[in-house]
Design a protein around this ligand. Structure first.
Ligand SMILES: [Zn+2]
Length: 210
């Protein structure tokens, strides 16, 4: 599978372009900003975007979604438990001193059990509340890769002090579906460097059994 990971915007959210080498269909995960750059990468690989997936409704992850939808016609997918946060984008923009992207409309809610496909590439959705109520992770089983949003970072976990955050819930999500994945799973966090489930199981101070 084609997988390009690159930070976008002032908060350097990791955006992913995941494409099928055969069908050239692709999904873009967390187009927070810099849509022109994202479209350049899509074009470089000769891909057609068929899905826009948002791991959670924080502005640095969702800010460019409508612009990308306008350019590609692809639907936007987000878990419905983050719809309330999505209505607060103007406030979120003010917090970080960013221009408001305007209203974002969601085409489909996705939760645990849903599969998102781009050509022959399939991601399982894991609903992992805690950083926000509607946070999701995407697991690409065939490639043993997890796109974790702001739920899990290399050596850390997502903050839970923002509206909709819950430390208890993020710990339940991590110790439930996330850490159930195989050690060799490559983790692509919402910010910062890549890691693996095994590395985090062994070294992440929030996950080491105390
Ligand atoms: Zn976030």
């Amino acid at each position: 599978m084609i997988h390009e990971i690159f930070p976008v915007g002032v908060l350097q959210c990791n955006c992913s372009v995941v494409g099928d080498e055969q069908t050239r269909e692709a999904m873009v995960i967390d187009p927070g900003d810099e849509i022109d750059h994202i479209l350049e990468i899509v074009q470089k690989h000769g891909l057609k975007v068929t899905q826009i997936v948002i791991t959670h409704a924080h502005i640095d992850h969702v800010g460019g979604a409508m612009k990308l939808k306008q350019a590609t016609g692809a639907p936007i997918l987000l878990n419905q438990n983050d719809y309330a946060l999505l209505k607060m984008l103007d406030m979120q923009a003010a917090w970080i001193g960013m221009q408001t992207p305007g209203a974002v409309t969601i085409d489909q809610s996705v939760s645990t059990g849903a599969k998102i496909a781009a050509g022959n590439i399939v991601a399982d959705v894991l609903h992992t509340p805690g950083h926000t109520e509607g946070s999701i992770c995407l697991y690409f089983e065939a490639d043993k890769k997890l796109i974790a949003g702001d739920t899990l970072f290399a050596g850390s976990i997502g903050r839970t002090d923002l509206p909709g955050g819950s430390y208890e819930k993020i710990m339940r999500s991590l110790h439930g579906p996330v850490m159930a994945l195989p050690d060799e799973t490559i983790v692509v966090p919402g910010h910062g460097p890549l890691t693996t489930i095994g590395e985090e199981r062994e070294c992440n101070p929030f996950l080491i059994a105390g």
